[in-house]
Write a protein that binds this ligand. Sequence first.
Ligand code: CP
Length: 418
Amino acid sequence: MSTAASVDTPATQDDRDLALYAERIDRPPQLKTAEFSREGRLRHVIFGGQYSVDVLEDLAGTADKIRLLSKSRDGQDFLLRLLAHKRAMLYFTQPSTRTFLSFMAACQILGVTCNEVRDPTTSSETKGETRFDSIRMFSSYFDLVIMRSPVARLAEACAYLMNDLERSGNRSVPIINAGSGADEHPTQALLDIYTLQRTFQFVSPKDSPAATKLDKLRDEYPDLNTGLAGKTYGFCGDIGRGRTVRSLASLLSLYEGVSLVFVAPDHPTLRMGDDLRQRLDRRGVRYVEVESLESPINGVPAIETLDALYMTRIQKEHNAAADDAEFAAIDFANFKLTAELARRMKRYAPILHPFPRDQHFGEIPPEIDNDPRAMYFRQARNGMWVRAALLAHVFNVDHRVARCYHEHYGDWLAGGQA
Ligand code: CP
């Protein structure tokens, strides 16, 4: 993917600032991850490739503990004191409901004080201040910057800015990317993985409604196992512009033996981009690209092969001038889930969507909401718990969560109730 940082003739100071980081941004992800970590834990959270399976398991474990502690008054009081000495800036200059509010709620659960800039016309950016000056100002007043921006790679550049400030002895704070342009949405991938982890434990009737009894399911699906490995994941809709698809598909490729099915129109804007294709090829992941949920894969319609389905919205707000005319020739009915298609899915297969869904396009009609496999509202709530876990990880208090959890629930755990 070309980056905004690669522009040939930067026009504004913002562009020139971003261009300063272009060389570092354009390196392969594996060369960058160390710079975003401190002492074995994430410091800046910029792209999905930073998470290892161990980190994902750790974060899920902390999220589970936080959600259980939150059920008691004592647990809530403990959590509220955990980060009461920290302040976070939520700098969201692109619209958001779930990410903004779930980060806000996660901060509130852990006692972090929040402030926000959502509309840059209310900040001194209207007087010509650059985004980089704004970020540096936020780092003067706050202990963490959580940012969403329409500018691809801006969060990454800000993480380098913070590292450079630290090296020169200046104040520096962690940066969390809450969605940057069309490139990455690493905390969405975190909650998607967390939702799949809980679903495929086949334990809780809320997370795995049709499937709390794995033994029973195995009568029908003899190869079914717990966990994310070895399963087939479908992605349907706007694969080309879906930053959540890019982040989640990359994370799923960490698990042994997964297969991915991408269902998108055969159009350069909408089908999988070369960057994701290359990433999957490098990791040796099996994937197929088809043009309908009905397309056969080894003779079986795609919809019937999936262990999980991730629907996405067609992001028409990003259409280029030629797109509207070219898209008119596409049969978009192939990229909508219907009750009839859902009926043919595996009994345990969760239906996910990062949301928002598009009421006009109708990629998931509301009549599917009552299907016990429809996980998207639960998925959004999971975002609050796992984002709280991420904050606990970044500020190195997750071990205190674990200790409190064991103090509260030790006897219960010892009785084999966990
Ligand atoms: N899934 C997601 O990022 O939603 P918002 O745009 O509402 O934050």
